[in-house]
Ligand binder design. Structure first.
Ligand code: ZN
Length: 240
């Protein structure tokens, strides 16, 4: 049994389709989404429908939450704000209430999923170093938890101490805990423009973060055509 675990899609349909093809080619049988289906890019409804049709476990991201509400958009950077206003208008009421109903944390089989952090999942803090990871590990009751939000793939391991490992893959050792950022499908920010997602091979207890090229020119053109900020198209090419 292999899970394809993906998130931070941010309405990038071409990147999401590339992930679906690669997951099928690698014999993934199950899907899990760690949130932020919408926001930033130009295909929120299409990405939401694709994920909803998978019928897979999904947790809510901060952009999903903002897109599902009518409250004024505060505390966001101008690019995110502009895109979220546009996204709210692009989604149906049915889509928005589906997003509103998503949970913040879920357990799937023997692992946990969350968008941002396990210690305060609704505060949308960022796990960017081992100290942030330690706070989440305190609330992690399964050997493995998958998360997103920073758009940077990373594997934190807790043995006697907490460390981030360099590799983009690891075998799960019993007795240790793993807090794994699956990377961003639709807007990577680690300097690599390629779409990211993670395969969890349950039988072999093996986790691998994968990177995929996709039709970025089409995604960028859609952003321009939608009247969204050009900066959102430009950043995709540099992975920032
Ligand atoms: Zn995100």
């Amino acid at each position: 049994m292999k899970y394809a675990i993906f998130g931070d899609i941010h309405a990038n349909l071409e990147a999401l389709e590339a992930v679906m093809l690669d997951a099928a080619a690698n014999d993934c049988t199950d899907f899990v989404c760690i949130g932020d289906i919408v926001g930033y890019n130009a295909n929120p409804a299409e990405c939401l429908n694709l994920v909803r049709d998978l019928g897979c476990p999904v947790v809510k991201g901060n952009h999903d939450e903002e897109a599902s509400q009518d409250t004024p958009l505060e505390g966001l950077n101008p690019l995110a704000k502009h895109a979220l206003e546009w996204t709210r208008k692009s989604l149906s009421e049915e889509d928005r209430s589906w997003l509103a109903g998503l949970k913040l944390v879920r357990q799937v089989r023997d692992f946990t999923i969350v968008h941002a952090t396990l210690d305060t999942p609704g505060n949308w803090g960022y796990v960017t170093n081992k100290f942030d990871a330690m706070a989440s590990f305190s609330y992690q009751f399964t050997p493995v938890c998958f998360y997103g939000h920073t758009h940077t793939p990373r594997i934190y391991v807790k043995g006697d101490s907490v460390e981030a490992i360099e590799e983009q893959e690891t075998r799960i050792n019993l007795g240790k805990k793993y807090f794994i950022n699956v990377g961003s499908t639709g807007q990577p920010r680690d300097g690599d423009w390629r779409a990211a997602y993670t395969i969890y091979d349950v039988e072999n207890q093996f986790v691998q973060i994968r990177r995929l090229e996709y039709d970025i020119a089409t995604t960028q053109q859609k952003i321009i055509d939608a009247g969204l900020p050009e900066m959102l198209a430009n950043r995709l090419a540099v992975g920032k």
